[in-house]
Write a protein that binds this ligand. Structure first.
Ligand code: UDP
Length: 421
C-alpha cells in the first residue's frame, strides 16, 4: 500500500483560483478547483499547478488546509490564447520540477487537464516515472468536425491527445459519449474509465423560484429563459436567440431572455458577445433580452432557480457543467443532443434534447415547456433527483480517490480490468 497522499493536478491554462465566467475561464477551472477541494476533504494533499497570467497575482493561493493553487511562470505573465501556451510547455515542466525540488515534494501521481497540460504530463512522466491520469475536457477530433476553419495547431493537438491515451496510466472520460469518442476517434490502446463531472447539490437548489424571482425583481408570472456560460461560437448562443425570435411567446410582454457570462472588452469572447448582441438587436429582441455579464458563484443558484428553463445550445459539449447546475436547481434543461448532454439530460424526463443548430426544434422545445407550468415543475423535480443520485462532487471525488489509489499503488495494472474486477 502506498501511503503517499500528495498529488499534483495540472491545469496549465485553466487557473482554478480565478473568478469563473470571464475570459476563457469556465468548466475546466471549476472542475479542477472542485475536484481538488473535494479530494482534500477525503484525505489527499492537493497541489494544483497553473500558469501565471498576471504579475500582480499571488503565486500561491490556499483554498483549504490541504489544497492550494500554485502559479508557475511559463511565458509572459499575461493572458495569451490557449493554443499559444503550448510553446511554453518546456518552461512549465522545468518550473514544475524546480518547485518540486525546492520544496522537497514527492507526488504520488499527476492528474492533467486538457491537451496542453497533457503534453506537460507526458514529459513529466517520461522524466520522473510518475503515474499520470488525464481528463481531456475537449477532444480535438470532435471539435474540429464542427468548426469551419481548422487551426494550425490541430495536427499537434491530435498527436498529443493520442499520445496521452496511449501512455497515461488512465484517461478519465466524463461521460459514456466521451469514452465512445475516445475509442472511435483517438485510439483503441490505453486505459479509460468513466467518472463524471459533479456539482454542489447544497449550493444549487438552495432557493425557491418565488424567492429567487423576488431577489432578481422578476415578476412571478414572467417567462424566463436562461443561458449562462462563456461567449464562444461553440456554445451556440445564436441558436437560442434565433429560437426565441421564432417562439410563439416572442410578443408576450412577460418573456425574458437572460444571457449570462462575459468578459472584459478586447478578448476573444468579447467578439462573440458583440456578435450575439447584434443578432439580438437584428431580431428585434432588445426589449426582452438582458446581458448581466459574469454571474458570481453566489448569485448563480438564484438565476438558475428563477428561470423556467435553462438552454444549453452547444454544438459540442464533452460534459457541460451548466446543465447539471440548472438541474440541481430544479430547473429543466433544453440542450443540444450532443456529447455529455445526452448523458446528463434525459429527454422528456428532466428536460428536452434538440439537434444542435436546429432553431425550429429549440423554439418548439422552449414553447412546450413555457406553456405548461405543471410539466415544467415535474421535469425540474426529476432533474434535481437525477443530479443528486449521479453527479454530486462528493460522489465524484470518492470515485477519483479510488482510482488514484489503484493507479498509485499498481500503476502497471490495466485500470479497465481493475475497475470491473
Ligand atoms: N460560470 C460562472 N459564471 C459565469 C459563467 C459561467 O460561474 O458568468 C460557470 C458555470 O456555472 C459553469 C462553468 O462556468 O460551472 C461553465 O462550465 P461548462 O462545463 O458548462 O462549460 P465550459 O466553460 O467548460 O465550456
Amino acid at each position: 500500500m502506498n501511503n503517499n497522499k500528495h498529488i499534483a493536478l495540472i491545469s496549465v491554462h485553466g487557473d482554478p483560483a480565478v473568478e469563473i465566467g470571464k475570459e476563457e475561464a469556465g468548466g475546466q477551472n471549476v472542475y479542477v478547483r472542485q475536484v481538488g477541494e473535494a479530494l482534500s476533504k477525503q484525505g489527499w494533499n492537493v497541489d494544483m499547478f497553473t500558469r501565471a497570467t498576471d504579475a500582480e497575482q499571488a503565486k500561491i493561493v490556499q483554498h483549504t488546509p490541504n489544497c492550494r493553487t500554485i502559479r508557475l511562470t511559463a511565458g509572459p505573465e499575461a493572458f495569451i490564447p490557449r493554443d499559444e501556451i503550448y510553446g511554453f510547455r518546456h518552461d512549465f515542466v522545468n518550473e514544475f520540477l524546480k518547485f518540486q525540488h525546492q520544496n522537497n515534494l514527492d507526488y504520488a501521481l499527476i492528474h492533467t487537464n486538457y491537451w496542453i497540460s497533457g503534453s506537460v504530463g507526458l514529459q513529466l512522466k517520461a522524466k520522473t516515472g510518475l503515474p499520470m491520469l488525464h481528463t481531456y475536457h475537449s477532444l480535438g477530433a470532435v471539435k474540429y468536425k464542427s468548426v469551419s476553419t481548422i487551426p494550425m495547431i490541430a495536427t499537434t493537438r491530435l498527436a498529443v491527445e493520442k499520445a496521452c491515451l496511449e501512455n497515461a496510466d488512465c484517461i478519465i472520460a466524463t461521460s459514456p459519449q466521451e469514452q465512445e469518442h475516445i475509442r472511435t476517434l483517438v485510439s483503441h490502446r490505453g486505459n479509460t474509465q468513466i467518472i463524471p463531472c459533479g456539482t454542489d447539490i447544497q449550493h444549487f437548489g438552495s432557493i425557491s423560484r418565488t424567492e429567487a424571482r423576488k431577489r432578481l425583481g422578476i415578476a412571478p408570472d414572467a417567462k424566463m429563459v436562461f443561458y449562462i456560460g462563456r461567449f464562444d461560437p461553440r456554445k451556440g448562443i445564436e441558436t437560442l436567440v434565433q429560437a426565441i425570435a421564432q417562439s410563439e411567446f416572442r410578443n408576450d410582454e412577460s418573456l425574458r431572455l437572460v444571457i449570462g457570462g462575459g468578459s472584459r472588452p478586447g478578448h476573444s469572447d468579447g467578439i462573440e458577445r458583440d456578435r450575439i448582441e447584434s443578432i439580438v438587436s437584428y431580431t428585434g429582441l432588445d426589449a426582452i433580452a438582458s446581458f448581466p455579464g459574469r454571474i458570481s458563484d453566489e448569485d448563480l443558484p438564484v438565476y438558475y432557480a428563477a428561470a423556467d428553463v435553462c438552454v444549453v445550445p452547444s454544438h459540442y459539449e464533452p460534459f457541460g457543467l451548466v446543465a447539471i447546475e440548472a438541474m440541481a436547481s430544479g430547473t429543466p434543461v433544453i440542450a443540444s443532443d450532443v456529447g455529455g448532454l445526452q448523458y446528463t439530460v434525459v429527454s422528456e424526463k428532466t428536460g428536452l434534447l434538440a439537434p444542435p443548430k436546429d432553431v425550429e426544434a429549440f423554439a418548439q422545445a422552449i414553447d412546450r415547456i413555457l406553456s405548461n407550468a405543471q410539466w415544467r415543475d415535474q421535469l425540474g423535480s426529476n432533474a434535481r433527483q437525477r443530479v443528486a443520485q449521479k453527479f454530486s462532487w462528493c460522489g465524484v471525488a470518492t470515485q477519483l480517490s479510488y482510482l488514484y489509489d489503484q493507479v498509485s499503488t499498481q500503476p502497471e495494472m490495466a485500470v479497465d480490468e481493475v475497475a470491473t474486477a
